[in-house]
Design a protein around this ligand. Sequence first.
Ligand code: ZN
Length: 211
Amino acid sequence: MQTIFVLLKFYTNMVRFFIRLLCLALWLPLAPALVAAPHIPATVEVYYSPRGGCTEAIVKALRAAKVSVLVQAYSFTSPPIEDALAAAAKRGVKVQLILDRSNLTQKSSQLAEAVGDNLSIKIDAKHEIAHNKIMILDGETVITGSFNFTHNAEANNAENLLIIHSKELAASYTANWQEHDGHSELYDGETAAKTKKSERAAPHKTSFATR
Ligand SMILES: [Zn+2]
């Protein structure tokens, strides 16, 4: 009789073991997916060009900025956006721009005139094109999309723009911004003059103002 009980217990334990093994085998393929795709909570606004309110939305967001504005841009010829950045710097917001080297050839810039304690411009010449179009506001809002910060992007081009409110995403974009900041050079008149003189291998002959 006792032998039967021992055998029964053994078989019960074996069945439990295999059920646990089966559960583990079913769960394992799901595990990497759960780890690789963290949920980023965000609220998103979307705008489209031409004349779909992209510039207005950017200006509105910049007017609300309180602490910091980090920018990465390829082209920069939009007077309303330049004004909004300069105004933000004037009221004490720390504004830091990293621009593509094509910006060195532009003839005049409200932004260059606004360079001061709260507004700095760096040039990222490490890449064929520094093609990002990004603003990070107060470490909690990311503005990005195909939309260059230009009049043409607003008035003539087909573009899209997202304004994403997410501290988690802003932290990721800020880390990437800082990486580019590390190899970018501070912009001043001297740098611009030197670049013009040597006519460095500038691969983009497209005028800054035409995009
Ligand atoms: Zn870079």
